[in-house]
Ligand binder design. Structure first.
Ligand code: UD1
Length: 314
């Protein structure tokens, strides 16, 4: 019987978390993924230690069975992307809201002790003040942001009404190896990496002056492991920023990458993107205090490691 289950465990962040759990001493990990955006290749290195279940998180009965005997669930499965949720809101609502509801219901009914949830910094929307603190008023600007926020509310309510331990971590633009660069909805840094290696210009929506707190995937993995172990009386039902604490504009990020690669490729600028947040930066005080968050990778270190991975995997 496996003690850990990762929904979305064949995805970019989920598979990194599976490897992190195994490094941390788990003997086996259960992965639930319907391979919509995930890929079993992401688990190649750890296949022998993974019980893979091709299950959609909207399937309560399958989840209930998968969670039998599980102690901690990491809920990473989602249909990501702000623009995708605007172009096609029904599937993202169904998976991100109804799916999350099912994960909680199945977890409770299966006797799971704790659920650690992948929430999103998008819930803040545009704030007057940076960095963004958990105590600030949320202001979602897209269906995706609203859906992820709804998930946080459900987490807290499952803690208060049903005695399940929950911790929500608001991710701030996670990047790293294995992020899929092939979709129009792919994360900007994965698009940057492939554009750079192809010696093509990336397209920047707007003036490229929008900023993000890009967070290296291994720092998010480490934070999840800590969130699984932190004392319930301190963390349960709560929400924490899982960012790095820095902030860089898209223009600066592209310049840095060109510098690393010693090339000069001016970007192309396009119209601003609907639902886009202008600036994003995490206040990490609460996560440091309660979870022991301690990001280990500077943006540049993370970018270098990621670029090498894309180069070697071509
Ligand atoms: C948002 C969330 C993030 C979440 C992600 C899930 C915020 C601040 N962040 O990321 O926590 O994990 O959704 O999908 O809301 N861009 C271009 N050209 C492109 C693609 C994107 O200029 O080809 C720009 C976007 O307009 C945006 C930035 O790059 O300003 C980052 O976009 P993206 O990587 O899609 O992530 P967010 O929407 O910021």
């Amino acid at each position: 019987m496996n003690r850990h289950l990762v929904t979305g465990g064949a995805g970019f962040i989920g598979s990194a978390l599976v490897r992190g759990l195994l490094r941390d001493g788990a003997s086996r990990v259960t992965v639930v993924d319907n391979l919509l955006t995930g890929n079993e290749r992401n688990l190649d290195e750890v296949r022998d230690s993974v019980d893979f279940l091709n299950v959609d998180i909207r399937d309560y009965n399958a989840l209930r069975k998968a969670m039998d005997g599980v102690e901690v669930v990491f809920h990473e499965a989602a249909i990501p992307s702000v623009p995708r949720s605007i172009h096609d809101p029904v599937p993202s609502h169904d998976v991100n809201v109804n799916g999350t509801f099912n994960v909680l219901r199945a977890a409770k009914d299966s006797g799971v002790r704790r659920v650690v949830y992948a929430a999103s910094s998008s819930c803040y929307g545009d704030t007057l003040v940076l960095p963004k603190v958990e105590t600030m008023q949320t202001n979602p600007k897209s269906p995706y942001a609203a859906q992820k926020l709804m998930g946080e509310y459900y987490m807290s309510v499952w803690a208060s009404c049903f005695g399940l331990e929950t911790v929500s971590i608001r991710y701030f633009n996670v990047f790293g190896p294995r992020q899929d660069p092939t979709s129009p909805y792919s994360g900007i840094l994965s698009l940057f990496m492939t554009a750079l290696l192809d010696r093509r210009s990336p397209t920047l929506f707007g003036d490229g002056g929008q900023s993000r707190d890009f967070t290296f995937v291994e720092d998010v993995v480490a934070l999840n492991l800590k969130a699984a172990k932190a004392p319930a009386e301190v963390v349960s039902g709560k929400v924490y920023n899982g960012g790095n604490g820095g902030r860089i504009t898209l223009n600066e990020a592209w310049s840095l990458l060109q510098g690393i690669e010693r090339v000069s490729i001016p970007p192309v600028y396009g119209p601003p993107r609907e639902g886009d947040v202008r600036d994003s930066q995490a206040d990490t005080v609460a996560a440091v205090r309660d979870l022991g968050h301690s990001p280990q990778y500077t943006f540049e270190e993370g970018m270098r490691l990621t670029l090498e991975w894309y180069r070697n995997s071509r």
